[in-house]
Write a protein that binds this ligand. Structure first.
Ligand code: ADP
Ligand code: GLC
Length: 476
């Protein structure tokens, strides 16, 4: 058995803002077959505290980054959890990252530094007799783990992995916080965790972790380029030898069209018709001859949905339709609400798990026109549900979809449509191709069959993480 502590700021189904939660929630189960025992260290947000089963307080601290804290071992939703209950840091209503003003909580650096500090402590001192061999951190929230491990004398004995789910978020703090964040001032330089005069939690992790992973092979390559590295491409090039891209899987029990309780279950794509009719009725969309397209997404610059607003008239002119579920940027929310004045467009602003299943089951295609996409999960749901993905040729979208090129169509292997560059014109072209293919039943059926056969589970990727952990554990 390899013992791993996963260090994460979100974990489905307990607390989720995006795909990181899905991955953190699915990995422990997927890794069991690999002989890996993974426990998950999570902040004690109200939603997490409420969900705990069989909680046991394992240790207490009088002062952890400004207040008392308890470490609680518990289970919840089949996960083996270690929860950092520190009310002064986590007992807050609303979003886990943002205050009521919609901006980052000003003490976010301390909130997640505390999480990383406790992870390092557990690795060095153990927790009720249990000790991990590897600390696997996710994103900037776990960035300081190697720094703290070093300060506590654990470097070399305990392996560290940092997974980059999105390099856009750096976890920056002012240099004045060096002391409150318990960081070594000697490491505040460009070879340490300094980023243009500020403290970068992500850079600390990128420089210090033994191994780095990201969530697709293509994104691993992109991270080393100026266009995608968000100022950290030099660091990524430096760490090239220690970086691997491991594609995400999806939870095949939660996303299974044959058993999904949110829909009328189906085995093959013909079964989509009932779900399509139900979705149209639910959203007030009329019958149409073109494809019903869906989007399930955060509404942010990353996701390229402003391009969809520009390309939409082309889809509608072919009697195609759009059903969008999302929330985020106020301007985009407003623009999509305005677009929904057209009879062929239905927009639901908000976050709704069950509706996301009904949309993906009922739609003919799913659109993901992201400017960058480390992996992306919704195109994988689309494949599994026979809902043809139309995606930008970037990151994990490039790695998971087989483009309907003339050759791929002739060979009968296409699963979706990819477009490049990520512009409104190229997306318009992709939507035109989608409408053309939708009008050719033989080609369309073939793509749906291929899509539903595509492997999208955790299998090989769980194997890759298992091998990575074993390699690190063997050194200690
Ligand atoms: P990201 O993590 O960048 O947001 P991913 O595609 O990796 O992108 O993961 C997004 C996850 O969040 C998916 O599980 C998707 O279904 C879900 N999701 C996004 N927006 C919504 C929403 N408005 N309602 C329900 N689920 C959503
Ligand atoms: C990030 C990325 C997304 C990825 C997810 C899970 O949120 O934006 O592409 O699928 O993490 O790794």
């Amino acid at each position: 058995m390899t013992e791993v502590l996963s260090v994460t700021s979100e974990c489905a189904p307990l607390v989720k803002t995006g795909g990181l939660a899905d991955v953190a929630g699915a990995l422990p189960g997927a890794l069991k077959a690999e002989g890996v025992k993974m426990r998950t260290l999570l902040p004690g947000y109200p939603a997490v505290m409420k969900a705990l089963e069989d909680p046991r307080v394992v240790s207490t601290q009088a002062g952890l980054f400004g207040g008392p804290a308890r470490i609680i071992a518990a289970t919840a939703a089949g996960l083996d959890l270690v929860v950092l209950d520190a009310p002064h840091l986590y007992d807050r209503p609303g979003s886990i990252y943002l205050g009521p003003d919609g901006r980052d909580w000003p003490d976010n650096p301390e909130r997640f530094a505390a999480l990383s500090w406790v992870a390092a402590q557990i690795a060095v001192e153990g927790l009720g007799g249990w000790q991990p061999q590897v600390l696997h951190g996710h994103d900037w929230q776990a960035g300081f783990v190697p720094e703290y491990l070093h300060a506590m004398g654990g470097t070399g004995r305990i392996g560290t992995v940092l997974t980059i789910h999105n390099i856009a978020f750096h976890g920056l703090a002012d240099a004045g916080k060096l002391r409150t964040l318990k960081l070594n001032p000697n490491r505040f330089n460009p070879d340490g965790f300094e980023f243009w005069g500020r403290i970068s939690a992500l850079k600390a992790g990128l420089m210090g972790a033994d191994r780095l992973t990201t969530v697709s092979p293509t994104y691993a390559g992109e991270l080393m380029t100026d266009a995608f590295g968000m100022g950290l491409d030099g660091v990524m090039r430096k760490r090239r030898a220690d970086l691997t891209g491991i594609i995400n899987g999806i939870d095949e029990d939660v996303w299974n069209p044959e058993t999904d309780p949110a829909i009328t279950p189906y085995k093959d794509a013909h079964g989509k018709a009932k779900n399509r009719a139900a979705l149209r009725a639910e959203l007030g969309l009329p019958e149409a001859t073109g494809p019903l397209c869906c989007v399930v997404s955060r509404l942010t610059e990353q996701k390229g949905l402003d391009l969809l607003l520009q390309a939409l008239p082309t889809l509608l002119a072919r009697d195609g339709q759009l059903a969008l579920l999302g929330s985020g940027d106020g301007g985009l929310e407003q623009a999509f609400r305005a677009a929904a004045r057209d009879a062929g467009v239905a927009v639901r602003i908000g976050y709704d798990e069950a509706l996301s299943h009904r949309m993906i089951a009922g739609a003919d295609a799913i659109l993901v026109p992201s400017r960058f996409e480390p992996c992306g999960l919704t195109q994988l749901y689309g494949l599994r549900y026979g809902t043809i993905p139309v995606v930008a040729l970037t990151g994990g979208l490039a790695d998971t979809v087989i483009n309907a090129s003339p050759a791929a169509l002739a060979m009968g292997v296409a699963t979706g449509i990819q477009f490049h560059p990520v512009t409104a014109d190229a997306l318009t072209g992709a939507l035109t191709q989608l409408c053309d293919l939708f009008a050719q039943p033989a080609a369309w059926d073939m793509m749906q069959r291929n899509a539903m056969r595509q492997p999208v589970g955790w299998g090989p990727s769980a194997g890759a993480y298992g091998a990575l952990y074993r390699g690190l554990a063997a050194r200690s």
